[in-house]
Design a protein around this ligand. Sequence first.
Ligand code: GDP
Ligand code: IMO
Ligand code: MG
Length: 456
Amino acid sequence: MTVTIVGSQLGDEGKGGVVDLYGDAADVVARYQGGDNAGHTVVDDGEKYKLSLVPSGAVRGKVGVLGNGCVVNPETLFDEIDTLRERGLDPDVRVAERAHVILPYHRALDGIEEEEKEDLAAGTTKRGIGPTYEDKAGRRGVRIGDLLDPEVLRERLEYVVPQKKALAEDVFGKETGEEFDVDHLYDTYREYGERLAEEDMTVDCGTFLQDHIDDGDNVMLEGAQGTSLDIDHGVYPYVTSSNPTSGGATVGTGLGPTVVGQGEVVGIVKAYLSRVGTGPLPTELGGVEDQTPDYEDESGAGEAEEELATYIRDEGGEYGTVTGRPRRVGWLDMPMLRHAARANGFTGLAINHIDVLAGLDEVKVGHSYEFDGEEIFTMPPTTEQWGRCEATFRTFDGWPEVDWSEVAAEGYEAVPENARTYLEYVSDELDTPIYAIGVGPGREETVIVENPYESP
Ligand code: GDP
Ligand code: IMO
Ligand code: MG
C-alpha cells in the first residue's frame, strides 16, 4: 500500500520526521514534486540530517526515488549523496527519467525575477524551481532521460539556451556567464548523465513503484512544501510552482489515483503557523522585516505580541532550513487547515511541535475569519481576499512543560490534558483522526497513536 505524507500549511511542518517515523514499514520512499527548495529534517539518535533532494527514508536505508513530478538539480543531488556517504549512510537513490533538470540558467533567472517582481516576489529559495517548471510547461525543458542521450541533450540546449540568454540580457539587462553557454552546459550535464548511468540511477518511476506494490511492498510518497504553497490550491502568487497536495502524488509518480487513493494520506500539521517568504498571514504574531507585507506591519502588533513571536521562533528553531531566514510565526489557522483537509482528503493527522507551545499561559487558534462582515470557515480563493480576512480567535488554556520523552514512551494518555483538548479540537474540526503527535525533533519524541501501514 501507499502512505502519502503531505504538508497541510506552509512547509516545514515536520514532514521529514514523520516520513522517518513511519518509514520503518516502507520499502521505498518517493518524492513526487519540488526539488532542492525542500529541507527535510530527520533526527536519528541525536544525529541530525537535513535533506533537500534525497528522500527522508535514506536515514533508515530505504530506497529513495525522485519522481517525474520533481525538478532535479544533479549538482546538489550528487553533493548531498556524497555528503551522506561521508557520514556513513549509503543512500540508494533513483531518479525518474521523466523528471525535469534544473540548469544553472534556471537558478540565475530565479534570482533575477525575484528582484524584478518586488511586491509580487514570493521570497523564493532561488534554487531555480519556478523557471524549471515554467520550461516544463513551455515544452522546452531538459529531462533526466535527456542527460543520457548526447544528441538529444545538445539539441535541447541549442534551442533553449539562446532564448534564456536573451531574456537575461535583453529583457532584464543582466550580464551572463557560463551558466548561459551551450558548450559549457553540454559538457557539464553530459558528465552528470554519465554518472547517473554508471550508478544505474534512472528509472521509469511509475513502473518501478507499481512493480514494488505488486510485489507486496509498502511505498511512502513524501510531499515537499505544503498545501498553502501549492500552485493551484495555495496563496498564489506567493507559492511554489508544483502541487504538494495529494493529487500531485499520483501525477508526480505515475501511480494511478486509485492506487494512491486506496492508501492513506497523512496531513502534517504544525501546532502553530510558520512561514518563510511573503504574502498575507491572518494569524501572524508580530512581523518579520522584508517578509511581512507593509499593510500587516501597520496593523500594529503590540510589544507583547512581538515578544511572543520571538519566543515561539526561538523555542521552535523557526529559521529556514534552506536559507536560514527567520520564519514568520502565527497561531494555528483553522480555515487554512479545513481547506487542506478537503483538498488532500486526509485520512489521518500528525500534529507536531506541541512541546514548543508548552509553558504559555494560553494558546490561541484562528477558528474562523471575518471577511467583508461575514464569518467564513475556509480560505477564500484569491490571495487578495485572504489578505482582507481577519482571524476570529479561540483561546485554550496552556499546558505545562513536561518530560516529553517520557510522554512519548507512555502514549497519548500521558499528554497533558490541556494539550489533548487542543489536539482533539483540531481533529474534530477537520473530522480526521490523529495518528501521531510530535513532542520534539527526535524519532523517539513522538506519541504514536496509529501506524497507517497497520490500519485496517
Ligand atoms: P519539513 O520541511 O516539513 O520536513 O520540516 P523541517 O525539517 O524543515 O522543519 C521542521 C523542524 O522542526 C526540524 O528542525 C525538525 O527537527 C523539527 N521538529 C519536527 N517535529 C518536531 C516537534 O514535534 N517538536 C519540535 N520541537 N521540533 C520538531
Ligand atoms: P519544505 O519541503 C517552506 C517557499 C519559499 C517561497 C515559496 C516559493 O522544507 O517544507 P520556491 O523556491 O519553491 O520557488 O519558493 O515557497 N518554500 C518553502 N517554505 N518549506 C519549504 O519546503 C519550501 N519550499 C519553498 O520560501 O515563499
Ligand atoms: Mg523544511
